[in-house]
Design a protein around this ligand. Sequence first.
Ligand code: CUO
Length: 677
Amino acid sequence: FDRPTEPVFVPKGDNEVFVVPEEYLTDRFKPLGSGLTDRVGGGAKKITVKKISLPDLSLPMQLDRRAKFSLFIPSHRKMAARLIEVFMGMRNLEDFESAAVYTRDRLNPHLYTYALSVAIYHRPDTKDLNLPSLAEIFPDKFMDKSLFARAREESNLVEINQREPIEIPRDYTASDLDHEHRVAYFREDLGINLHHWHWHLVYPHDGPRSIVQKDRRGELFYYMHQQVLARFNMERLCNNLARVKRFINWREPIEEGYFPKLDSLTASRNWPPRFNNSKLSDIYREIDNMKFDIQDLERWRDRVFAAIHSGTVVDGDGKFVELSESRGIDILGNILESSVLSTNRNMYGDIHNLGHVAIALCHDPEGKHLETFSIMGDTATAMRDPIFYRWHGFIDDLFQEHKNTLPRYTTQQLGYSGVRVTLLEVQTDKTQIKNKLFTFWQQSDVDLSRGLDFTPRGPVLARFTHLQHRPFTYKIMVENTGSPRMGTCRIFMAPKFDERSLPMLLRDQKNFFVELDKFTVNLKTGKNTITRKSAESSVTIPFEKTFRNLDNQRPAAGVQLEQFNYCGCGWPQHMLICKGTSEGYACQLFVMISDFKDDRVEDNNQGDNRCADAVSYCGIRNKMYPDKRSMGFPFDRQPREGVDTIEQFLTPNMRIVDVAVHHTNTTVRPGVILEDN
Ligand code: CUO
């Protein structure tokens, strides 16, 4: 993975180098002969690469080495699917390694890194390997371009042990004259963007069916992105912005411009900006082998609406498939995204992916200027752009349209007879403060050196500023009048008031509820006290997995990468709650204990629990989604007749409490122990 544009036989670390068969060299290097292949500094470990019969790479080779790669562009998608197939098809680890070495110098580095990551994640013999952070391999997708010149200066002039981290200012992409900039810290957060890249890596929409077909992947596409919107909306409300306006009229100019200020280190084209009031056009780009009209998108959208209202979709043979209460959302997810599991791509098209493309290419829809796509075209960067949320607002609206047709949950389905929640509170750790949460800014460092191909080598750190919160603990008291039994504890939080400071109606508020945690509890007869720490959340990955603690976790010489437990899918812990306001932002915390016998999933697969930090948004590798209820339960449907507020919605096994989120505008240095602030 390291230094993706350098030839593979150049030593990557201090301690190892690949020795490749001569025919693995590209045409440029072949004449230089075998001397090249074992050109190593003293003492480095040589890894001899096995000669295998070479796979047919003609398809993925069509993408230029210096082009950009987008999972949303159909022709790129096919190339990636082919390369994944090649990697997945290698019979053993040695052959896989050999194929990876051979392809690396021939293929586009972005395409290569994506396909290699998917293969490592899905192959049984590499599942123990952990992927390096994409922010380290392609730092140019995550940080300000001015940084790289400074990094070059630092690494050329300053000895390794005297180097200082290069600070990235918090406000580099825009000024507060642009209202949307108030939530730039959310959109541009490193951890959030890494989560999104990893999610799409774990749930590829194309490639061999064996890796695409995962339990409820279409539903998870809906739920994960719905939660991103809920979180973003909450963040907007506490920054005095109205909720996201869905992007529904594609003929209208897009009000929000965005200038990413990212610079591509590896491609010959940079990330183009989008000016205010840009308009979409029909796409006809021979260079990408791609042609579609806005009208195609509209036609597909109308067909999906019609399908939702009739309760059925039509498959490729003209047969009706019911959008049932339990399976409908999963079917729709695959249709809308779309994935290769779509019931009928001819009929329902490829709405979400091509929407990303139309937006990403609105500055050069016909390729006249030889420009390439903007950040909306890459899953590692798309969430930086305000339009991402407006586009997904439209996509989510289609899902909600389907959810609105489903029967409402009855009190019987929501309740848990004999179980009553008698107390819910949350306490900031190491204080006596109850029902107040605290946020502030923190700095963290990322090592850029894997991704920078200039010498001299050695770590070069970039220093980010991101939101952080003081850890807290939930306390829940439950009375059980029955025999000992199990329950699922579901914790959500939502804003209490809308944009006009009026109490929210539940039919609105339900879409704002952000999942904070979900876990199984054992209830004994009588009184039970449940405590749970914010860091244990089932939606997040620990802070250290987003920002590795560089001093403690840098691999010592000889230590293999697999000793890092780096499973990147999961919302970053430092973004678990919204920023709040200085005077305290009013939220409602909600807890529900549901009946475990309705939640339990029978799954005898061993699975892989090491990457199971963020199961709510990412599932568990090689296992079924561990909760039988609809994702988002109990807020995934309209409330029952006569229920207007969350208070009226409650059954005895639920409880709410008012919580205020307070923000202090101070910044703490890296590694400061949070509880002591
Ligand atoms: Cu994750 Cu639009 O699906 O980006």
